[in-house]
Design a protein around this ligand. Structure first.
Ligand code: ADP
Ligand code: MG
Length: 286
């Protein structure tokens, strides 16, 4: 693997065993199918695809939370599922759609944000608290939130706290899985722009997962399009949006733009046009 690649996937696949139906037949789901991908230092990779295409499963494989059935994953040259939790945490952090999943409702924000430093080891309790207070400032949260609980905060504030927690250990790579999908539209762009700013300040490499093409276009330097577990196309962002080569990507762009050219690019989860068109033309993927 080359020196500047932060993450590399080679032919990664993962199948979930299906539940048995009434007749005893089990329908397994190939959630990730032969995915190869290289993410280089400083990239903002936008991973886009409709709901159920395998994006979150792929993210969990990248984080070592799921072990692929076949293929290889390298995080700065090491395989995440063979690394300790601490080793993975030094390389990569994540935030999810629902900040509740990274913020324990029973712990104060100060405790939760400083916890990765405790896990990392070194430094006194006071130093950890001090650094957590600094991180709250970095993500634009007033210091009074240090002693607050997640249920005392808005969705946007909770996502800022989750970002503070993700970055306190100074990871190289941040994986954001639908980071703004649960937020009000007015708050979404604030959180996205915060991520862009922090990416510079922390010299981060970002993987941004979204079903929203507008978010991907606004944020990404590179784009990978996922459909039924496969990456069907990946390229520089401007190439994908100007000259999409794969029929599925073309269909996504066309169907979303044909809804209302003035309204920007809408959401794949609410826009079923592409999905319906794919059902009529299953040969697109062959
Ligand atoms: P996305 O994040 O793109 O919406 P997911 O990775 O969550 O997609 O899901 C991909 C596919 O794998 C879907 O068909 C989903 O139903 C299935 N799947 C995801 N997680 C599990 C699981 N733990 N057990 C069984 N099937 C799963
Ligand atoms: Mg998902």
């Amino acid at each position: 693997m080359s020196n500047d690649s932060v993450l590399e996937l080679r032919n990664v696949s993962l199948e979930f065993p299906g539940r048995r139906d009434f007749f005893g037949t089990s329908h397994s789901v190939r959630a990730v199918d032969q995915v190869s991908l290289v993410v280089k230092k400083g990239d903002i990779l936008g991973l886009v695809g409709e709901s159920g295409s395998g994006k979150s499963t792929l993210a969990k494989i990248m984080l070592g939370l799921l072990k692929p059935d076949s293929g290889e994953v390298f995080l700065s040259g090491l395989e995440p599922h063979k690394m300790t939790r601490k080793q993975v945490a030094e390389q990569v952090s994540f935030i999810f759609q629902d900040p509740y999943s990274s913020l324990n409702p029973r712990h104060t924000i100060g405790y939760t944000v400083s916890y990765p430093l405790y896990l990392k080891g070194g430094g006194s309790s006071n130093e950890r608290k001090e650094r957590a207070r600094e991180m709250l400032q970095v993500v634009g949260l007033p210091s009074r939130f240090f002693d607050a609980y997640p249920n005392q905060m808005s969705g946007g504030q909770r996502q800022r706290a989750a970002i503070a927690r993700a970055l306190i250990s100074d990871p190289k790579l941040l994986i954001c899985d639908e980071p703004t999908s649960a937020l009000d539209v007015s708050v979404q762009s604030q959180v996205l722009n915060l991520l862009l700013k922090l990416r510079k300040d922390f010299e981060l490499t970002l993987i941004l997962i979204s079903h929203n093409l507008g978010v991907i276009q606004h944020m990404s330097t590179r784009v990978a399009v996922m459909y039924l577990g496969k990456i069907v196309e990946s390229d520089l962002s401007e190439s994908i949006f100007k000259h999409p080569r794969h029929p599925y990507t073309q269909l996504l762009l066309k169907s979303t733009l044909s809804v209302d050219p003035g309204a920007g690019i809408p959401d794949l989860q609410t826009d079923t046009t592409a999905r319906e068109a794919m059902r009529e033309h299953p040969s697109f993927l062959s």
